[in-house]
Structures are given as structure tokens and as C-alpha cells.
Design a protein. Structure first.
Length: 148
């Protein structure tokens, strides 16, 4: 059976809406759309570039809990309410993805809260793990899947 588990960040949105920050399904990691909220304080900057940086820190934590890094990202989606906000974020995004070169899409759309100026979603592939890890260890910060 394929290993499947959820990773929670502590965001109040996860509890209120009913989703996980990320889901690991075998060697695939699906990180939910992640905004620039600092989940420890549930605050968000007014600056889109600062929000992009916080999005990436939040995503990095989820990837790490899944045993991945930005080097393992194969797909990224950027969602912004205002297309003019995208270009100022490019240097911040390039710092994390410039060497990796994942497939990417940018969409202009409304976000759940008007304070949100960017949302980033990624998919990654976990590197092959040593046999001892595959035998049932759970990544730090991960919630094991319930037995059926």
C-alpha cells in the first residue's frame, strides 16, 4: 500500500476549512495553496514581496516535514489578484526556484481574504528514502494516516 499522510502547519484556516498544508502520497508531495500569513501570529504583511517570502518559508516548512526541499519541486502555481504584483516578486521566487526550474503557471484570480496578495502552490517528488524510513517512520510534523 502506498504511504499517505497529511502535514499540518498550525494555520487556523486548516482547521476552519478542513484541509492539510500538504499531503504526501507515496513519492509525491502536494502542498496546498499557501499565502503570506505567519501562522505563529496569524499576521500578514501589506507588501506583496514580503508576502511571497513568507509563502516560501511556509512552503519550505511543509516540504521539510515531507522529507523534501525546493530542489524536489516539479510544479509551482502562483495565484495573484493583481497581475501587476507578480513582477516585483520575481527576484524572491528566482532565489528559490531559479536552479530548479519547475513547470510554472501564474493565474490572476480572487483570493479568500483581501489582505492576501499572492498564494503559491507546489508539487514535489520525494527523494528515495533509506529502507528504515520507508518501513514506517513518520516525518516530523506529519500526521500519520488513519488505519482503515
Amino acid at each position: 500500500m502506498t504511504e499517505r499522510f497529511a502535514i499540518l502547519s498550525g494555520s487556523t484556516f486548516e482547521e476552519q476549512i478542513g484541509y492539510a498544508r500538504a499531503v504526501v502520497d507515496g513519492d509525491r508531495v502536494h502542498v496546498s495553496g499557501t499565502t503570506g500569513f505567519d501562522y505563529a501570529t496569524m499576521t500578514i504583511s501589506d507588501d506583496v514581496v514580503e508576502q511571497a517570502g513568507q509563502c516560501l518559508r511556509n512552503i519550505e516548512a511543509a516540504l521539510s516535514a515531507a522529507g523534501c526541499s525546493f530542489a524536489d519541486v516539479v510544479r509551482v502555481r502562483y495565484l495573484l489578484p493583481d497581475r501587476e504584483d507578480f513582477e516585483p516578486c520575481w527576484p524572491t521566487l528566482r532565489d528559490r526556484f531559479g536552479e530548479v526550474r519547475p513547470a510554472a503557471t501564474m493565474l490572476v484570480c480572487g483570493l479568500a481574504d483581501p489582505r492576501m496578495k499572492i498564494e503559491i502552490e507546489v508539487d514535489a517528488r520525494r527523494p528515495a528514502a533509506p529502507a528504515a524510513v520507508r518501513a514506517g517512520d513518520v516525518a516530523p510534523g506529519a500526521a500519520p494516516a488513519a488505519d482503515s
